[in-house]
Write a protein that binds this ligand. Structure first.
Ligand code: ATR
Length: 259
């Protein structure tokens, strides 16, 4: 991809942002879909200045990572339903001079689970932070039966009150069809950790780990050994970015990750 006078500037913001894989992933998507844009990473910007810059420089999209997902909402002109319910946005899109706030994490979760039958299935959500809320929102129109498990029980109780479901503890878990890890347990560099130690998986289960570094976490590797169907967080990471590009450029982009 050559940079010329038509190249559009997009950003990812965060603090820290150095570890972000978004610039590399967006570059891949832009190149493979003929989009003349570049994504740069900006650490800890002043948010009000950032919105002025977005409009002045006619940026297409800004990917928003921690810790700005909540603070950024007040600067948007248009806020979609998922952002309102979750109180978190991961994407700003500039359309006709207006900044729209979206949460494509929800789309990424839906895409990762698109082939999983959720009807009347028992779903265990590990964790009770922002990612857990996005999972609950993504599952809201399914007939899944939610179970919540979290280090701090009160946080799980809060989410079960908002989204429904039951708070459980590991030693009292019954049959579960789908396990979704929304905690950071197992993330690099602590790859020897798992949010479900000493758990016996079975081949009728699906396990979805939102952690994507490493691609195969200890949780997934143990589940796979027992014959469970495994879904890597990398699928969600890629799909949430594809949705950002779709919202911005009005196309349905594809991406080949191995190239
Ligand atoms: P995010 O917004 O990405 O979901 P978060 O809001 O910090 O991140 O939430 C992280 C979740 O993972 C929380 O539910 C947290 O448990 P607490 O509610 O007790 O804080 C959980 N979590 C993080 N580190 C953990 C660890 N080492 N062991 C168990 N749970 C952990």
């Amino acid at each position: 991809m050559t940079i010329d006078t038509s190249t559009q500037l997009n950003l990812v913001i965060g603090n820290p942002v150095k570890h972000s894989r978004s610039p590399e992933l967006h570059k891949r998507i832009y190149e493979q879909n003929g989009i003349n844009a570049i994504m740069l990473a900006i650490e800890n910007p002043n948010l009000s200045d950032l919105i002025v810059a977005m409009k002045t420089l006619n940026m297409g999209l800004i990917a928003v990572t921690l810790p700005f997902k909540t603070q950024i909402i007040q600067y948007a002109d248009v806020i979609n339903d998922a952002v309102k319910v979750l109180g978190a946005a991961n994407t700003l899109i500039l359309k006709n001079g207006q900044v729209h706030a979206h949460n494509t994490d929800v789309d990424g979760i839906n895409a990762a689970l698109k082939d999983v039958d959720l009807n009347n299935k028992k779903v265990l959500i590990l964790g009770a932070g922002g990612a857990a809320r996005a999972v609950a929102y993504a599952l809201k129109d399914t007939h899944a039966d939610l179970f919540w498990m979290n280090r701090t029980k009160e946080n799980a109780e809060e989410l079960s009150n908002q989204f429904g479901g039951t708070v459980v503890e590991q030693d009292k878990l019954g049959q579960i069809d789908l396990i979704i890890n929304t905690t950071s347990v197992g993330m690099s560099p602590k790859i020897d950790e798992t949010p479900l130690p000493d758990y016996v998986f079975n081949q009728n289960q699906t396990v979805f780990d939102l952690v994507y570094t490493p691609k195969e976490t200890r949780l997934l590797s143990e589940a796979r050994k027992s014959g469970a169907h495994c879904i890597s967080g990398e699928i969600m990471f890629v799909e949430q970015a594809l949705k950002q590009v779709e919202l911005c450029y009005g196309i349905s982009p594809q991406v080949e990750m191995s190239s």
